[in-house]
Write a protein that binds this ligand. Sequence first.
Ligand code: HEC
Ligand code: HEC
Ligand code: HEC
Ligand code: HEC
Ligand code: HEC
Ligand code: HEC
Ligand code: HEC
Ligand code: HEC
Length: 415
Amino acid sequence: MTRNFPWVFFICLMSLVCCEVQSVSAKFSECEECHIKISPQMVQDFNRGVMAESLTCKNCHGRSHMNAGDVDKAQLPTIKTCRPCHSGQVKQYLSGKHAFGLIAMEAMPYTHRQPQAFVAGQKGCGGCHTLGLQDEKVREGEGRKYYRYGMDCQNCHTRHSFSKAEASEPEACMTCHMGFDHAQWEMYSGAKHGVTYLINRTIDTKNKDRAPKCQTCHMPDGNHRVFSAWGFLAVRLPEEDPEWMGYRATILKGLGVLDPAGNPTARLDIVKNAKMARLTKDEFQAERERYVNICRQCHSPNFVSENIRNADLMLKEADKLFAEAIEIVAGLYQDGFIQKRKEYSAYPDLLTFYDVNTKIEQTLYEMFMDHRMKAFQSTFHLNSDYATWYGYAKMKKDLVEIKELEKKMREEKIN
Ligand code: HEC
Ligand code: HEC
Ligand code: HEC
Ligand code: HEC
Ligand code: HEC
Ligand code: HEC
Ligand code: HEC
Ligand code: HEC
């Protein structure tokens, strides 16, 4: 009995292995038979995912390419490829802010002056703004001539596992929502909500959903429409607080949305088309209410409104410093200390970001993109360290620097 046992075990094992190999290879499509030799892990990833149960490679890449000589005939999927089977997610996605990623990037006045590898080749701006692809063009080979890749949905459901579980963790957002001007990951993961979520995810899984993750607040019920009330630029209209509206008007002049006299320019249409700001009170309120209702699942109404109110007020404080700085630099334009570029008015153009000629404008750009962003985004993501030391305190420092540089520029010109 004991002498036979290993043999019985071995035979059982062999038949298991054989069955496994047979069933897998029987499932392999022609595409996979060849691709398993090129990049086996890719084929494995796909076959571990739920879609492998009913789809093959052809469902997303077509059947026109069949050998090494006709690779350019392989279709690369777009949102339209997924739509027939996932119309709900696609519809939500297209109505949300992510679908504006490409439009917003291309609308910036200096994007076309950046290196091609950086934008079209997706090594810089284009790496994160590969969202909202114009699909028909790609199919017909007209679009993305420089670089073929970069598909929306795989930003969270990475190929070829296309996993729901992976996309549901906050790290799925980190690849883009991190760093210099949108450090949501750093703010969240270092603050109460993130820390509580991350601790419970690993050590107390029954409490996994006790604290919110990005998706709880931004994709409730799996809704693929992401949208915030303030947005990235944080310049809503109308503004009922007259003092704040004064600062806002200056910022809008810096953004080139208002001309120096305060009249709307053509840029207002860009802002409208790319939904870069909420331009009516109702629009702002609708987005805001969605958030408040989510907070109220875990906190009391009073606690929530106090917290949101203070977050808004921090933005006002940040705007006060920022507007003062913009007016100082604008003064240098108006008095001829900084040479106007053709497309410039009497204000610095904040949307040129780092493509500026003077040190004082560099400081203003950092105040705008680095420090003002952190000063207000942190208040919604509960990170007091970012609000203080990376945000508000740095804005104070910028303002001192700007005043000093202004003084120097005026003195130098006179002497
Ligand atoms: C005889 C082998 C073979 C077969 C069969 C085959 N492929 Fe390929 N496929 C290749 C090779 C080789 C490449 C290019 C690899 C490289 O150099 O990047 C490729 C590349 C691709 C690419 C990438 C295209 C790009 O622009 O980067 C896709 C997608 C693809 N194949 C899908 C398929 C699908 C779907 C099928 C079945 C309908 C299939 N392949 C069948 C060999 C094959
Ligand atoms: C559910 C749709 C879907 C299916 C099914 C699918 N792919 Fe893909 N595949 C994608 C997406 C999305 C990309 C990324 C395209 C881009 O970046 O524009 C991609 C990219 C590729 C690439 C080029 C990028 C790389 O990483 O090398 C190859 C090769 C490829 N797929 C092969 C396959 C093979 C082989 C199969 C079958 C095992 C398959 N795909 C099944 C959606 C799919
Ligand atoms: C021919 C139909 C079809 C197409 C095309 C298709 N899918 Fe799917 N997808 C399915 C089916 C079937 C399932 C499994 C059942 C379900 O959960 O709905 C699925 C499931 C999924 C899931 C959930 C995976 C999980 O872990 O539960 C994701 C994410 C997904 N698909 C993404 C995509 C993306 C992205 C595309 C386009 C690149 C795409 N699908 C194209 C049919 C399709
Ligand atoms: C690391 C990823 C990443 C890179 C690189 C990147 N962006 Fe962004 N960008 C984002 C994210 C994420 C947002 C949204 C941030 C938010 O709302 O807080 C955004 C927002 C924007 C917006 C504002 C959209 C709106 O509606 O308000 C513009 C415009 C923009 N980016 C342009 C660019 C340009 C131009 C470059 C290159 C110089 C660039 N981005 C580089 C991730 C990136
Ligand atoms: C910003 C990240 C993100 C992007 C981009 C994204 N998804 Fe999702 N997706 C998620 C999350 C998170 C979930 C899990 C939602 C939940 O909890 O029900 C999900 C779930 C899904 C599911 C599974 C639904 C279910 O309940 O079984 C499908 C299918 C899906 N997404 C398709 C897509 C398609 C198609 C695209 C591109 C148009 C896309 N997703 C783009 C984050 C994303
Ligand atoms: C507790 C809920 C909550 C969590 C968790 C959360 N956010 Fe937010 N987020 C908010 C609120 C509230 C706003 C501001 C909404 C408004 O404008 O009224 C916001 C704003 C944003 C914005 C717009 C710019 C800004 O920062 O103000 C982006 C982008 C964003 N969040 C991404 C993320 C990402 C990525 C994560 C995870 C790393 C995350 N959020 C985690 C509630 C949350
Ligand atoms: C591929 C990069 C990328 C990934 C991954 C990504 N985002 Fe974004 N996200 C962006 C960009 C770029 C924008 C700005 C698009 C625009 O406005 O033009 C944006 C905008 C947003 C906004 C809207 C902010 C506003 O201005 O109102 C929210 C909210 C958001 N993302 C949340 C998330 C969450 C939550 C996740 C993870 C589940 C996530 N994002 C994953 C790149 C990304
Ligand atoms: C899924 C439940 C959940 C949601 C949704 C949620 N929170 Fe929380 N929140 C928590 C938990 C748990 C803590 C940690 C409890 C503690 O600090 O004692 C916390 C902590 C906080 C804290 C820090 C409290 C302190 O005293 O340190 C603030 C402020 C806060 N939340 C505000 C909000 C706001 C504003 C929203 C909506 C944008 C929100 N929360 C959404 C569960 C949630």
